[in-house]
Design a protein around this ligand. Structure first.
Ligand SMILES: C[S@@+](CC[C@H](N)C(=O)[O-])C[C@H]1O[C@@H](n2cnc3c(N)ncnc32)[C@H](O)[C@@H]1O
Length: 217
């Protein structure tokens, strides 16, 4: 699939500097948010981190648990493997998870959900690999009032500059990720119509970031 190859290329190309960049743009709050997300799956003995990137979530998770991360980007996974040698990392797609039914107590996604192209398919897979009453915790960026304006700017006035700097494929991926961001309410509705019960919602950074936790029903 072409768009998945683009995602892999985009993230592999930034993998070496990704952690530094993410720390900077989140005002060094990212680890606190990830820890808050992990608190929602506390007690999980088997944890799957989807779109694990450089493995930061698993690094902070309970070391006694079986920790597994999947990602489309080999570059990101290479960094992750160095950081967390005791975790398992697999090059795989969130929409086609290569694990048996009922394998995990919990699944986490940090800054990944809005990148997914077929979220219903991912949620179907998440339900399948989660044990009954397993937990799903999602950390992501809220859709806010600036989002439609940014999308408009990227699609029209600054498009020529974007195409010149990044090329058509990457530029379209950036637009897709922004357009695909959900409000907290939209995410809750989506989870509830796909077999999950929302347990708790938390906000960070004046509501720009949310952490939603849900349970498989
Ligand atoms: C913004 S990064 C987040 C990485 C990490 N979770 C974090 O919080 O730093 C998004 C990651 O999701 C991965 N990704 C996007 N779509 C994916 C998919 N369909 N399946 C697996 N990984 C995916 C990307 O390759 C990338 O590493």
């Amino acid at each position: 699939m072409k768009h998945k190859q683009i995602i892999a290329d985009v993230f592999s190309s930034v993998s070496r500097h990704y952690d530094t960049f993410l720390n900077l743009i989140t005002f060094r709050r990212i680890k606190d948010w990830q820890r808050a997300m992990l608190k929602e799956v506390e007690g999980a003995k088997t944890l799957l981190d989807v779109g694990t990137g450089t493995g930061e979530v698993l690094l902070q998770a309970d070391p006694q648990a079986m920790r597994v991360g999947i990602d489309l980007s080999l570059g990101m996974l290479k960094v992750a493997r160095k950081k967390c040698p005791n975790c398992g990392f697999v090059l795989a797609d969130a929409e086609n998870v290569p694990f048996k039914t009922s394998s995990f107590d919990a699944i986490t996604l940090s800054l990944v959900y809005r990148h997914l192209y077929n979220r219903d398919q991912f949620l179907k897979e998440a339900r399948r690999v989660l044990k009954p009453e397993g937990r799903l915790a999602i950390l992501d960026i809220n859709k806010f009032w600036l989002t439609p304006l940014l999308v408009f700017l990227m699609k029209f006035p600054i498009k020529p500059l974007g195409l010149m700097l990044f090329g058509r494929d990457k530029w379209e991926f950036f637009i897709h990720s922004l357009e695909n961001s959900l409000s907290e309410e939209e995410l809750k509705r989506e989870l509830e119509s796909n077999g999950f019960k929302v347990i708790k919602t938390q906000k960070r950074l004046f509501g720009i970031v949310y952490i939603v936790s849900a349970q498989r029903i």
